[in-house]
Design a binder for this molecule. Structure first.
Ligand code: HEM
Length: 143
């Protein structure tokens, strides 16, 4: 009898630990809402900064559609999605534009607003945390 109990207990423990290991955690990309949501977030962010008098100067003559697609693929890859970002490094893409800290902060704030509209707080914060380290490569003009 005690052998049976022992075996039952073992079986329960084994199935519990299997459960704890097996389910794959959803990626940030999936939790955000995938390509559809990333596309809306990037669309709204770029439309905002490309037309705001405080940031628009860098976007003059830039093909916004291609830029948006490139940023979507960057954020998709960064958040664990099925994309391969094939654009420039952040340093190369921005160095000629001489971007200031204030311009960078305005873009982050536009991104935060768009993420607020389309995703949950936790996912918004995770995405912003992934982008924060890029600041040192994007901002080249310090006050
Ligand atoms: C978290 C912040 C930012 C991210 C993640 C980001 C990301 C990117 C990416 C992925 C590209 C495309 C590179 C390529 O396709 O080769 C790009 C290009 C560009 N970014 Fe940013 N960027 C950021 C901040 C900014 C800011 C603050 C500005 C200006 C206010 C800016 C202006 C531009 C411009 C004008 C281009 C196009 C460059 C060109 O085509 O010559 N970016 N950015």
């Amino acid at each position: 009898m005690s052998k049976l109990l022992y075996l039952t207990a073992m079986l329960i423990m084994m199935s519990l630990s299997a459960c704890a290991v097996t389910p794959k955690k959803a990626t940030l990309y999936e939790r955000i809402g995938g390509h559809e949501v990333l596309t809306m977030v990037v669309d709204e962010t770029i439309d905002k900064v490309a037309h705001d008098p405080k940031t628009q100067r860098s976007f003059e003559g830039v093909k916004l559609k291609a830029l948006k697609e490139s940023i979507v693929s960057q954020l998709c890859e960064l958040s664990g999605g099925p994309c391969k970002y094939e654009g420039e490094t952040m340093k190369n893409a921005h160095q000629d534009a001489k971007i200031t800290e204030a311009e960078f902060e305005l873009m982050v704030s536009a991104l935060r607003d768009a993420l607020n509209r389309h995703t949950a707080t936790r996912e918004k914060n995770e995405m912003l945390r992934l982008l924060a380290p890029m600041k040192r490569d994007i901002v080249s003009v310090h006050p």
